[in-house]
Design a protein around this ligand. Structure first.
Ligand code: GLC
Length: 428
């Protein structure tokens, strides 16, 4: 079977009728940014499903525009994930969607990017128009509830909100929270039974306690805009870059479909103009997250150092050097954390491994810069990686490991969907 066919097979197997799960067992519900990536794969296989998957996601939008990070459809039927609907209790918020139980936080806003690709592929304009209006409402929610007054940049209120669940960039912030604050949190993990080598690949119980502690604080605040003193408010370059790329797509879609986008235009230019002031370090020539509670940058060697390339933020002349400096002789691009960083772990989630969605977004950025050689290079590296390792959730960054370097969920939907898009991309 060709690689493309294998990818189609994964998407077909993970389809539940109105959306696809990221991976059966490990992630049995709908995840927000995953579904956006899935739609990009469906465009090359069963395009109607791209529309259906996005419509399912937006059907659960909250009254205030929030688009939750997990939608717990039929949650009584699926017992392999924690924390599920009963733990989140999204209904404590008066803004919550009445029909679909969900988490109370969001995930990186990639929907504009996806809707623009769907539009370009010639799918039904009126359905795309409806979705675009909803995506604009979601961006307006982010402006209202997640934007830092001084800079306009967006903060995340939970590590799960960033999509980069247990990255090293959260370590310092979590270390400042006293363990006595979360000592009475008890829980039963389920993820550890769904993967092999879970102690090496999944977060620790101590990590989970901290995640659930934040969840409880947010829940006590009915998942509203955090009050003064809330310990986790971080301006993160990847989240903000994705917001910008999507925002620009929504503006173009607005023009094409006759929808007013003034609020999005204003926010996009505000973020563009303050990005460097808060998140760029001119000495290091890298980007870093900014911890609003500690009033300082989080200086870790993770892929967010270079990710704003995807949003064409650094000058084109800097791009080659930045990529070169964020690499190593034995490393497959792009590791989520460099081995030289304290806290790097080869097999653990966002603490070292390579992710195909990150590579895919960087490839789009290279194309936007008109750097087709770089785009082809990263496309080839990504395709070779899955050919060697399989369609896993994430991969060892070490080239010297020749087999068994695929980790986390097996037959993972976004890996498959984005590889399909790369195979079919005739620009590179
Ligand atoms: C993990 C990832 C997150 C993703 C989810 C489902 O939690 O960190 O980004 O959305 O899995 O695939």
């Amino acid at each position: 079977m060709t690689l493309f066919k294998q990818c189609c097979q994964v998407l077909d197997d993970n389809w539940l009728g109105t959306f696809s799960v990221p991976s059966r067992g490990l992630y049995p519900f709908l995840w927000n940014w995953d579904s956006g990536f899935h739609a990009l794969g469906w465009l090359h296989h069963r395009p109607e499903r791209a529309l259906i998957e996005m419509e399912t996601l937006f059907s659960a939008q909250w009254k205030n525009g929030m688009l939750p990070h997990i939608l717990f459809f039929d949650y009584e039927k699926y017992d392999t994930y924690f924390p599920s609907a009963d733990y989140w209790q999204s209904s404590v918020s008066s803004q919550a969607n009445q029909t679909v139980p969900s988490s109370g936080i969001t995930q990186p806003p990639i929907h504009g990017i996806v809707l623009e690709k769907m539009y370009q592929s010639g799918l039904d304009r009126s359905r795309i128009k409806t979705l675009t209006k909803k995506a604009i409402g979601y961006h307006e929610y982010l402006q209202a509830e997640r934007s830092h007054a001084e800079s306009g940049l967006l903060f995340v209120v939970h590590n799960w909100e960033s999509g980069l669940d247990n990255s090293v960039i959260w370590d310092e912030t979590f270390a400042r929270i006293s363990p006595t604050e979360y000592s009475n949190i008890t829980f039963q993990r389920k993820d550890v039974h769904q993967v092999q080598n879970s102690t090496e690949t999944r977060p620790t119980d101590q990590d989970y306690k901290r995640y659930l502690y934040l969840l409880k604080l947010l829940q006590q605040n009915q998942f509203g805009r955090p009050k003064t003193g809330y310990p986790f408010l971080i301006l993160e370059p990847v989240f903000n870059s994705i917001y910008l790329i999507s925002g620009r797509s929504l503006i173009r879609l607005g023009t094409a479909l006759g929808i007013e986008t003034d609020s999005i235009k204003a926010q996009v230019s505000k973020i563009e103009s303050s990005f460097d002031q808060w998140l760029w370090d001119d000495n290091a020539q890298f980007y870093y997250p900014y911890d609003l509670h500690a009033s300082r940058q989080i200086r870790k060697a993770y892929f967010g150092n270079i990710f704003p390339i995807a949003a064409q933020l650094p000058d084109k002349e800097l791009v080659g050097k930045m990529i070169e400096r964020y690499s190593g002789p034995d490393l497959t691009p792009i590791p989520s954390v460099l081995p030289s960083e304290k806290g790097f772990e080869e097999k653990k989630y966002w603490r070292g491994p390579v992710w195909i969605n990150i590579n895919w977004m960087m490839i789009q950025g290279f194309l936007d810069y008109d750097m087709p050689d770089k785009a082809s290079w990263l496309k080839e590296e990504s395709i070779n990686l899955v050919k060697k390792m399989g369609l896993y959730e994430y991969f060892t960054p070490y080239r010297s490991i020749s087999s068994g370097g695929g980790y986390g969920g097996k037959d993972f939907s976004w890996t498959s969907a984005l590889i399909m898009d790369l195979i079919k991309d005739n620009r590179i």
